[in-house]
Ligand binder design. Structure first.
Ligand code: B4P
Length: 191
């Protein structure tokens, strides 16, 4: 089993690269952003609660996303590996994930950190807003807040895994295919 976290700021291409990686490696893709958007679309109680946070550029409470990940792990007992995309986004989520994986006698094997400069991130999110219909893409002020939340709450997650020597840094600027090849090289060295 191989468990990977694709890490990076909003707009760094985690979703874009995850699609290609799961196709190549056959892992189960767990995107908390996608799971939350599905809950919002079907207007579940969880979805209605999450919407308030997401449309303000804030993180959804840890207990909610940890519960979602726990259910997804339970629902996929035979997965050959998991690709975590957009999770963990706080140190508390990272600690909870470590505990959940330990119960399954496995662990996070690698964290690939996509680096993209701030101007490019905003440029991409403005581009995505034209087609995504996402509440959190439309407003530049909310995009700015999401980057701030990332710096304050999510960046410490990279430091957390760095302590265990699990983080590899990858340049997330350039052609999608070139970035994909860089990620595959890192993965193939680790596997
Ligand atoms: P997410 O769905 O995780 O979204 P994201 O971080 O905004 O985007 P991503 O990095 O995946 O970028 P993408 O590939 O689309 O989160 C949404 C919200 O849900 C969060 O803000 C939060 O409120 C909530 N949430 C999710 N997980 C949570 C958690 N664990 N805890 C609490 N709350 C949580 O790429 C962006 C754009 O760039 C696309 O248009 C793409 O086409 C383009 N692009 C990609 N690669 C490119 C390249 N190489 N060159 C040019 N453009 C590129």
């Amino acid at each position: 089993m191989f468990n990977l976290i694709l890490f990076g700021p909003p707009g760094s291409g985690k979703g874009t690269q995850s699609e290609k990686l799961i196709e190549k490696y056959g892992w189960k893709h767990l995107s908390t952003g996608d799971l939350l958007r599905q809950e919002m679309k079907t207007e579940t109680k969880l979805g209605r609660e999450a919407k308030e946070f997401i449309q303000n550029g804030q993180l959804v409470p840890d207990s909610v996303v940890i519960g979602m990940i726990e259910s997804a792990l339970e629902a996929n007992p035979n997965a050959k590996g998991f690709l975590f995309d957009g999770f963990p986004r706080t140190v508390a989520q990272a600690e909870a994930l470590d505990r959940l994986l330990e119960q399954k006698q496995t662990a996070i094997h690698s964290v690939l950190f996509l680096h993209v400069n701030q101007d490019e991130l905003i440029h991409r999110l403005i581009g995505r807003a034209k087609t995504s219909g996402r509440l959190d893409d439309a407003d530049p002020e909310i995009q700015r807040r999401r980057q701030e939340v990332y710096r304050n709450e999510t960046l410490p997650v990279a430091e957390y895994y760095q302590r265990y020597g699990k983080v590899e840094h990858v340049k997330g600027e350039g052609a999608v295919e070139d970035i994909f090849q860089l990620l595959c090289t890192e993965i193939d060295q680790k596997q």
